[in-house]
Write a protein that binds this ligand. Sequence first.
Ligand code: FE
Length: 201
Amino acid sequence: MANQDGDAPPIAARVKALEQVLVEKGLVDPATLDLLIDTYETKVGPRNGARVVARAWTDPDYRRRLLDDATSAIAELGYTGRQGEHMLVVENTPAVHNMVVCTLCSCYPWPVLGLPPVWYKSAPYRSRAVLDPRGVLREFGLELPEEVEVRVWDSTAELRYLVLPERPAGTDGLSEEELAALVTRDAMIGVARVGPPGARP
Ligand code: FE
């Protein structure tokens, strides 16, 4: 749709025009579209993943189940559905940092993280996450000590990953809900750490 001279209308206008054509042709029902968008914007999204992480931080049995069989443990909290059928949770420790990429396209665990951010789908991230993970993490503002091993996981249509970040220090008194509020999408992709309370903007 974009033309060569770079004066393509903004993406929102193009999406609107496309939607209008599809609705006029009777190919989609606007109410269904609204429902789908609402689902991925508000019901499915990183808040789901954050609740999984907070539960794992506060319940050792749940953490064990999550690491043993992530798909079932995530389903226990009610998060199931497309692009989340086969999940693996990888745990960050003081010695190991995990990060997730899809080198082929943009495979991503929708039920726990929602829709992928634009950078996750970009060619530079997809190629450089494997070639130079520490360099990529540095660009995200995460400088890892040399002795921390970085593991990069390549998401596929068959298996999608969620990073279980380290629980930050100084959070002993927090409730599960308060902990969940600290967990960011980027930390669950593995390009950030979870900061202590009050550290985030
Ligand atoms: Fe993919």
